[in-house]
Every structure is written in structure tokens, then in C-alpha cells.
Design a protein around this ligand. Structure first.
Ligand code: KIV
Length: 262
């Protein structure tokens, strides 16, 4: 059985960590039978499951509902759940309520974006026994301020801030940090400066592991083709073929057969 605490051992052993987002019980059951190391109930679910334009629309009840579904589907897998937009920016008490809801729903760790302005929250979560994953680089909850989903850390001051923030998250006790859309050389440098593993998305192979969104990696997010994305399956084609075969069989009276009837 894999655990969140294995992340540090993976880092020490130089073993790369595979993480995939997951939002429902049926998908979690599938992941549980694979070699994937951990599941992330990402607030990306607001976009890829609920169709909102950004992760700003995720809230604690939504994250807790999906976390509970994933935990029921994969009861033995390490599950990280995202603390949604502003839930950790209103002070320690509301942040602890949000983390409490996600942990009780079945998460083994929480993830939050950035560090400046909520260091006290990170420290309090860690000191309360909640493993915390950081998230730096492109932080999608800031999309309205950033003005889009752009590579972060190209200019020297941004790069320096990223180096400092990563060290700060490690000092505060985070067990891992997601680096999203960070230039590969900078991501590798930050990774090498840390004892905890980095988990990259669009940040090159020098990270301690990778995370991808379920729909993206399985080829289910039609029209979404950023440079970093490799589709490891042609899910949309596969599903559409299955759906068309079903529709044809129904139309032609080939389904159900006598054997498929009572
Ligand atoms: O919400 C999410 O899916 C994420 C990953 C892309 C890292 O934060």
C-alpha cells in the first residue's frame, strides 16, 4: 500500500513519482489497479467536470463531494485534495475548517497555491498533522491577475521569487511542491535545491515526478493541446467508437440479443 509519506523516500531514492487527477469513484477504481503513485482531486474539476471557465469556481463542498467519491473508489491510494480558491486566505480558522472537510472526506493531504500571505496557514496545517503539498509557478487560482495560463519564471525576478518560495514551503514543512508551467532549467534547479520532491506539470523532466489532468492524459479533452501535454490514450476516439457502435446496434435491433434478455 502506497502512502503520502512515501514521497520523501521516492525523492531520496531518485524514483520519479506519477500523479494523476481524479474526480469520481469509477475512475478512482481504475487508477487503483494501475502503477500510478497518487491521486489528486484537483480544483481543475471545476473546469473539466463542471464546465466552469476557471478553478475560481471550485468551493469546499464541491471539493469534499468529489474527494469522498474518489476515496470510496480508491480506499488504499494516497489522495491529495486541493484547497479551493480563497478557502485558505480568510485566516487560520476557515482554512482549518476547509482542510478538515477534505480530510474527513477521505484526503490524506491537501494542496494549496502560493505561500506569500498564508505562511501561517501552511505552518498550522502541518503542525496539526495535515500533510501539505505546495503549488508554485502557474497558480491557476490567480488566473485573473496573471491574465492567462502562461509560463511563469522566465524573468529573473520571478525566477528568484520562485526559488525563495520553494525553499520557504519546504521550511514550513510541505512534503512536496507542484511546479506548473515553469521553464525546465529553472524547475530542475529548484528541484535540486530541495529535499522534498517537486511534481511537475509543463515543467520538464527534471522534476521529481509529474502530474497530469485525467481528461488531458487520456485524450478526452478535445481541442486542448498545450505543448507539454502527451495524450497517453486516444480516449475520445475510443469512447465515441463505443457510443456509435451502441447507437447503431440499438437502431438496427442488434442490441439486446436473446442472451442479453431475461
Ligand atoms: O487542479 C489541478 O488539477 C492541479 C494540477 C494541474 C496540478 O492543480
Amino acid at each position: 500500500m502506497k502512502r503520502i509519506t512515501d514521497f520523501l523516500a521516492y525523492r531520496r531514492d531518485g524514483r520519479r513519482i506519477s500523479v494523476v487527477t481524479c474526480y469520481d469513484a469509477a475512475s478512482a477504481r481504475l487508477v487503483a489497479e494501475t502503477e500510478v503513485d497518487a491521486l489528486l482531486v484537483g480544483d481543475s474539476l471545476a473546469m473539466v467536470v463542471h464546465g466552469f471557465p476557471s478553478t475560481v469556481h471550485a468551493d469546499v463542498p464541491m471539493m469534499a463531494l468529489h474527494t469522498a467519491a474518489v476515496a470510496r473508489g480508491a480506499p488504499k491510494q494516497p489522495i491529495v485534495a486541493d484547497l479551493p480558491f480563497l478557502s485558505y486566505r480568510k485566516g487560520i480558522a476557515p482554512a482549518m475548517e476547509a482542510a478538515d472537510a477534505l480530510m474527513k472526506a477521505g484526503a490524506h493531504a491537501v494542496k494549496l497555491e502560493g505561500v506569500r500571505g498564508h505562511e501561517d496557514v501552511v505552518r498550522h496545517l502541518v503542525q496539526s498533522g495535515i500533510p501539505v503539498m505546495g503549488h508554485l509557478g502557474l497558480t491557476p487560482q490567480h488566473v485573473n491577475q496573471i491574465g492567462g495560463y502562461k509560463v511563469q519564471g522566465r524573468d529573473p525576478s520571478q525566477a528568484q521569487a520562485l526559488r525563495e518560495d520553494a525553499l520557504r514551503l519546504q521550511e514550513l514543512g510541505c512534503f512536496s511542491i507542484v511546479l506548473e508551467l515553469v521553464p525546465a532549467a529553472l524547475a530542475e534547479e529548484v528541484t535540486d535545491s530541495l529535499e522534498i520532491p517537486t511534481i511537475g506539470i509543463g515543467s520538464g523532466v527534471g522534476c521529481g515526478g509529474q502530474v497530469l489532468v485525467w481528461q488531458d492524459l487520456l485524450g478526452l479533452n478535445l481541442g486542448f493541446k498545450p505543448r507539454f501535454l502527451r495524450e497517453f490514450a486516444q480516449g475520445a476516439t475510443l469512447f465515441q467508437e463505443g457510443l456509435n457502435a451502441y447507437a447503431r446496434a440499438v437502431r438496427e435491433g442488434g442490441y439486446p440479443t436473446v442472451e442479453e434478455s431475461f
